[in-house]
Write a protein that binds this ligand. Structure first.
Ligand SMILES: NC(=O)c1ccc[n+]([C@@H]2O[C@H](COP(=O)([O-])OP(=O)(O)OC[C@H]3O[C@@H](n4cnc5c(N)ncnc54)[C@H](O)[C@@H]3O)[C@@H](O)[C@H]2O)c1
Ligand SMILES: [Zn+2]
Ligand SMILES: [Zn+2]
Length: 384
């Protein structure tokens, strides 16, 4: 079958790989009909995630058709059209039982922090992902969710990560009615966080980025204020000025380890890897939220220490909330938001690219060419 193949930093290509096989009675094989490239894939692509092995297939955002099931799979059947959450979760451990599907204790037994994730290095379990024609889906009674018949598959594929992540970013912010919410990052996740902040009752939503077309997009899509951080002297002071010198009620980091905007962070965090990524957006979030405020982090960081201003967290009495998104927990209410027309995720899809052109797709998304917000890869069998 055709599958994306990681060859090393900034080198990916399409290759032929063996068909995946059922390895456990609760596995399913899914024929992929759409898969996205995510900002999280860029951390892998750029070589910033430890133990990303040559030969791996990325892709944790995909939908498709159940092709084959193991003997103990009862919740889906062959022929079902499903969306598959990016978290691989057993559904039975102490953490899954709490709804913390991103922190499953069974699907990634080599690690104690994160659970398994499709196509996300061996630090997240070493599972091949869905930027391929077929993918093995473990614990198939738990993750795969039949797509409602009236739902557009483009909306469904954004329910596997991006919409739930933007929503959870807003939810973790504990937004109170009328709050001022500042979001760093106008990628797909930041865009969804801005949209969802209103659903929680925000009174004002402000987004920072330095890519103009993305700022323009989020301004229209989420009706928010936008600022280019390159055009602002000092982001923190600027936020204070916008908020009567108090600071934002809630700050959301939707950027993660590859933030731009601070030369020292870029050199130590991205170029020399002396710390686990550049924490510029996180600094800005901690320093521009008000005293007693909440910082919500969905941007992904490496597993070891970052130079974060922890002293300011203590002195300001901040609450920091962060996690990988628990997709399955959020699906019922997000399906309802889509069906009621309160949110239209598919509007962020800007590019549909044949799976065979995966290398070009990574290049476009990573270099932010051609006004790209969200690219979707379409395998040959899904094109007609
Ligand atoms: N927690 C989760 O479950 C989860 C799920 C999906 C994605 N993520 C993470 O969320 C982050 C965003 O994902 P995405 O798909 O939107 O990625 P993306 O790379 O498309 O977008 C990131 C945006 O941040 C902007 N940016 C860079 N430095 C900045 C700064 N200092 N301040 C403000 N903006 C800055 C970039 O220009 C870009 O537009 C990534 O770190 C990704 O790994 C987390
Ligand atoms: Zn993703
Ligand atoms: Zn579990």
């Amino acid at each position: 079958m055709l599958a994306m193949n990681y060859r090393g930093p900034r080198r990916v290509r399409i290759d032929r790989k063996p068909f995946p096989e059922i390895k456990h009675p609760e596995d399913a094989i899914v024929r992929v009909t759409r898969s996205c490239i995510c900002g999280s894939d860029l951390h892998l692509y750029n070589g910033n995630v430890p133990d990303t092995r040559v030969g791996m297939t990325f892709g944790h955002e995909f939908v498709g058709v159940i092709e084959e099931i193991g003997p103990d799979v009862h919740n889906v059947k062959v022929g079902d059209t499903v969306l598959v959450p990016f978290n691989i979760a057993c559904g039975k451990c102490a953490f899954c039982k709490q709804g913390l599907y991103g922190n499953c204790h069974e699907s990634n037994t080599q690690a104690t922090a994160v659970g398994g994730i499709f196509g996300y290095s061996h630090t997240a379990g070493g599972y091949d992902g869905g930027q391929a024609e077929y993918v093995r889906v473990p614990y198939a009674n738990v993750g795969p969710t039949v797509i409602p018949p009236d739902m557009d598959p483009d909306d469904a594929v954004l329910l596997t990560d991006v919409l739930p992540t933007g929503y959870q970013a807003a939810e973790m912010g504990g937004i109170q009615p009328g709050d001022t919410v500042v979001i760093f990052g106008a990628g797909p996740v930041g865009i969804m966080a801005a949209k969802c902040a209103w659903l929680f009752g925000a009174g004002r939503v402000i987004v920072f980025d330095h890519v103009e077309y993305r700022l323009e997009f989020v301004r229209n899509y989420a009706q928010c204020e936008v600022y280019n951080f390159r055009e602002v002297d000092d982001v923190v002071v600027f936020v204070k000025k916008l908020t009567d010198w108090l600071g934002a009620d809630v700050c959301i980091d939707a950027v993660g380890a590859e933030a731009a905007g601070n030369a020292m962070q870029t050199i130590t965090g991205r170029k020399t890897l002396l710390q686990a990524g550049s924490a510029t957006a996180l600094h800005w979030a901690v320093n521009s939220v008000k005293k007693g405020g909440i910082v919500s982090i969905v941007g992904v960081y490496g597993p070891t220490d970052n130079l974060v201003p922890i002293g300011n967290v203590v002195n300001k009495g901040l609450t920091i909330r962060a996690n990988q998104t628990s997709v399955k927990r959020l699906l019922p209410r997000l399906i309802d938001h889509i069906q009621q027309g309160r949110i239209n995720p598919k509007a962020i899809i800007t590019h549909r690219i044949p799976l065979e052109e995966v290398a070009e797709a990574y290049h476009i998304f990573s270099a932010k060419l051609d006004n790209c917000i969200k690219p979707v890869l379409i395998p040959p069998s899904a094109r007609s």
